[in-house]
Design a protein around this ligand. Structure first.
Ligand SMILES: Nc1ncnc2c1ncn2[C@@H]1O[C@H](COP(=O)(O)OP(=O)(O)OP(=O)(O)O)[C@@H](O)[C@H]1O
Ligand code: SF4
Ligand SMILES: [Mg+2]
Length: 376
């Protein structure tokens, strides 16, 4: 959305304009800049078709999450950090969308915003056939059990004051998943399924290793029988040997429970292993998204190409030319003009510095935003 610009037309009135106090003028400007951004919805809303709603558990259109970073004299935001800026995606029932990108590109904010843990700035979200865009807290609570999250850090995400059994059964009791007298048996069976011995029920999280704690987090998320889980770097804090066990567990449970995942990671090898499709984020925007094999065999966006060039290949005879990006990631509070990647892109052209490329589909389910490809 464009900021309001001042009227620069010269006055034709014979009366000289009244001189305003500089303090009042500045305060007025700041106030105007801070006017709520209702018009951030700067596109035509096109609801998904019935077919699309049937196919996808999650459809996100033009999602934005801006964090205020500067306020005016009366506390209204005048500058935003655009952590998620115009992201659209869809996840079919029972499938996994991997999200990759460098640290700070907005992966976690995207996950949290679409789960309703952060209020969104703009955009639409459709979940399990319903438009949940304008759901308030109470309505979100009715679908909360269907959308769960597994966080990166299994140490800080478990309350040390509760036993393992207490942690996992809390959601089961709140959402009345099974009758009250069956909760313990239900939780113990799930613990076993997640590789935790049932006798751990009465023990506390501090007694467990990182891998076991992550199993507790997985059991807690799945105990309420969700349909969709955001896995935010679920194995990054774990040893490589434990990573494989946790990934296999997530996969098995996905098949058993027909779960859909959004799998966030900065590790492309892991994402390739677990995902049906992959979205690549840069500075708050989705720059490319497509089926996993197409992204890995035929990456379109120069940023995706550079990320993939850093992934080690198992065959030492197959040499890869590593694409080293120049410079560091710009601040999302002050993103570059035009294509946000232009300050680091090895293929940058003049147009890239001025005009943002259109994010559009080039082959079935494979979209990209780059001036190297036709824009119309
Ligand atoms: N609550 C917040 N308030 C203000 N800025 C925030 C907030 N949360 C995140 N940010 C900023 O938003 C941007 C995106 O952060 P986010 O945590 O989503 O990135 P990420 O891709 O998950 O990074 P990482 O790979 O390190 O986890 C960053 O610049 C971050 O500083
Ligand atoms: S639009 Fe231009 S700067 Fe951006 S990725 Fe494509 S070629 Fe590079
Ligand atoms: Mg993160």
């Amino acid at each position: 959305m464009e900021e309001k610009t001042e009227n620069t037309q010269e006055s034709t009135s014979p009366v000289p304009p009244k001189k305003q106090n500089a303090f009042v003028t500045n305060a007025k400007k700041l106030f105007q800049a801070g006017i709520p951004r209702a018009s951030l919805q700067d596109y035509d809303k096109t609801p998904p078709t019935e077919e699309e709603l049937k196919e996808n558990i999650l459809i996100v259109n033009h999602l934005k999450k801006y964090f205020p970073v500067e306020t005016n004299l009366i506390g209204q935001p005048i500058r935003y950090l655009k952590a998620v800026d115009d992201v659209s995606l869809r996840i079919p029932y029972g499938k996994t969308l991997g999200i990759v990108g460098e640290s700070g590109c907005g992966k976690t904010t995207l996950g949290r915003t679409l789960l309703g843990l952060y209020g969104k700035t703009a955009g639409e979200v459709y979940f399990d056939g319903a438009d949940i865009t304008d759901f308030g807290e109470r309505q979100m609570n009715t679908i909360r059990k269907d959308m769960q999250v597994i966080f990166q850090d299994p140490y800080s995400s478990l309350s040390p004051r509760f036993t393992v059994g207490g942690i996992i059964s809390e959601g089961v009791a709140v959402h009345k998943i099974v009758p009250r007298d069956e909760i313990k048996d239900y939780v113990m069976a799930l613990m076993e399924r997640c590789g935790l011995q049932p006798q751990y029920y009465e023990r506390y999280p501090y007694e467990f290793s990182g891998g076991q704690r992550q199993r507790i987090c997985i059991a807690r998320a799945l105990a309420v029988k969700p349909k969709f889980v955001v896995c935010d770097e679920p194995v990054s804090a774990l040893d490589v040997s434990i990573q494989a066990q946790i990934l296999n567990l997530l996969r098995e449970l996905q098949t058993e429970m027909q779960l859909a995942y959004m799998f966030i990671s900065h590790d492309l090898s892991v994402v390739q292993h677990v995902s049906d499709s992959v979205g690549v984020m840069y500075l708050g925007s989705m720059v490319e998204c497509g089926p996993t094999d197409r992204i890995f065999e035929n990456p379109m966006h120069p940023y995706t190409k550079s990320l993939l060039s850093a992934v080690p290949v198992p065959d030492p005879r197959r040499k890869k030319d590593r694409i080293i990006l120049q410079g560091s990631i710009p601040s999302p509070a002050n993103p570059p003009s035009g294509c946000r990647f232009h300050t680091r892109c090895p293929a940058c052209m003049d147009i890239c510095k001025e005009q943002a490329p259109v994010y559009r589909e080039y082959e079935a389910g494979h979209s990209c935003a780059c001036h190297l490809y036709p824009q119309e």
